[in-house]
Design a protein around this ligand. Structure first.
Ligand code: RTP
Ligand code: MG
Length: 143
């Protein structure tokens, strides 16, 4: 196990439902530490760039429309095994398939409006963190 960083986005549904704090409490209870955070209303180009890997998929236009429908909270989370740990507490992409007690099971309404994003590998986490944050914006947690 090693200390990793991963990118988290609280999606527009969470912000609209005033559940930012509730979702962050799941993250903090799992032992993950927030080392950067910003509220941001993504432009179409920013959302398309972030999800470029999905650009040929049938759900791409709906995904970009949703991700630009309101502000999001973009965060960098740090902790032991952070990439896998955050994916575990997020739950499956489709909330109907997400394990009980996960963020998506408890907050997501559908596969489209599914509450949160988390990097799916350490390699992608590095790319996604750099997409949103300069190195100087990350605040190492010493205690
Ligand atoms: P995310 O990237 O947002 O953390 O979600 P994920 O890894 O669990 O899922 P991914 O396959 O990367 O898909 C990105 C987002 O696209 C929407 N999606 N819709 N209708 C569909 O079949 C479908 N599949 C994916 C979801 O909102 C998903 O979060
Ligand atoms: Mg993904």
């Amino acid at each position: 196990m090693s200390v990793e960083r991963t990118l988290s986005i609280l999606k527009p549904d969470v912000v609209a439902k005033n559940q930012i704090g509730a979702v962050i409490s799941y993250i903090e209870k799992a032992g993950l530490k927030i080392v950067a955070a910003r509220m941001q209303h993504l432009t179409k180009a920013e959302a398309e760039g972030f999800y470029a890997v999905h650009k040929e998929r049938p759900f791409f236009a709906d995904l970009v429309r949703f991700m630009t429908s309101g502000p999001v909270v973009v965060m960098v989370l740090e902790g032991e095994n952070a990439v896998a740990k955050y994916r575990e507490i997020m739950g499956a992409t489709d909330p109907k398939k997400a394990a009980p007690g996960t963020i998506r099971a408890d907050f997501a309404s559908s596969i489209d409006e599914n509450a949160c994003h988390g990097s799916d590998s350490l390699e992608n986490a590095k790319i996604e963190i750099a997409y949103f944050f300069r190195t100087t914006e990350l605040c190492p947690r010493t205690r």
